[in-house]
Design a protein around this ligand. Sequence first.
Ligand SMILES: *[C@@H]1O[C@H](CO)[C@@H](O)[C@H](O)[C@H]1NC(C)=O
Ligand SMILES: *[C@@H]1O[C@H](CO)[C@@H](O)[C@H](O)[C@H]1NC(C)=O
Ligand SMILES: *[C@@H]1O[C@H](CO)[C@@H](O)[C@H](O)[C@H]1NC(C)=O
Length: 254
Amino acid sequence: MKKSQLSSCVFLLVLTFSFSVSLATSSFLDDTQDSKDFISCVLSDSTNVTSVSRLIFTRVNASFLPIWQAAVQNTRFLKRSTPKPSVIVTPVDESLIQTTLYCAKKCGYEFRIRSGGHDFEGLSYSADVPFVMLDLTNMRSVHVDVANRTAWVQAGAVLGDLYYSISQKTDTLYFPGGVCPTVGLGGYMSGGGYGNLLRKYGTAGDYIVDARIMNVDGNILDRKSMGEDLFWAIRGGKYFTEKLSCVCCNPKSG
Ligand SMILES: *[C@@H]1O[C@H](CO)[C@@H](O)[C@H](O)[C@H]1NC(C)=O
Ligand SMILES: *[C@@H]1O[C@H](CO)[C@@H](O)[C@H](O)[C@H]1NC(C)=O
Ligand SMILES: *[C@@H]1O[C@H](CO)[C@@H](O)[C@H](O)[C@H]1NC(C)=O
């Protein structure tokens, strides 16, 4: 049977733009106190404190390091001296991301977002300033609509999640993504999306028909409300020319 292509992929991208925070009052933050302030800020804004406190980790929590290490693909960063987040937040929905953004700004933290796939440069899990890491690993749902030939994918899913979900629903559709199943959708799609169907079908970014992103104020925008320029930029428009050089899949590093 000739396979036809999943002609479009709607893509939920929880992409929050980085912003710099002024450290005007203190040049060196008392990290423990600040992370306490951050956590009480998040909890005071939550309707269910029990469920939200299970999603927030600081260095006192035994699972802090394993969670941080889980998606450190480049082993040169796996050392004590690598700067780590003050707090890791692992949201299951958008409201905790909004709260995290608000409280990070309030407590003087910068923000790093990790989809959980391949980040060999360490930009999503390390920084030279105090920061909160938003780990999107719990936000990885994939909803395939075979009749409409579209799928909504959350930014924490990896390419393997997408391919598997499509194959569970249909054997006549596919999506032109990358070779490596452990690459994260968030970084892959926002970097343009280079894969081995490129010559015939173009990049994954060419098949994104809508996206939901969150801006620095916590507002969620879709294609219509963000406008075509930003929609172009988040599908690799900004990076594509620089990023074509490295496509790697090293099974040993995972
Ligand atoms: C709060 O979350 C916990 C853990 O997920 C759950 O067991 C509990 O029922 C929730 N409470 C309310 C009031 O929703
Ligand atoms: C982290 O440790 C604090 C202090 O012991 C505790 O209150 C909190 O529930 C722990 N968080 C998680 C996610 O285990
Ligand atoms: C099909 O997908 C498009 C693109 O997101 C959407 O606008 C449209 O509402 C979908 N149609 C159905 C029937 O779900």
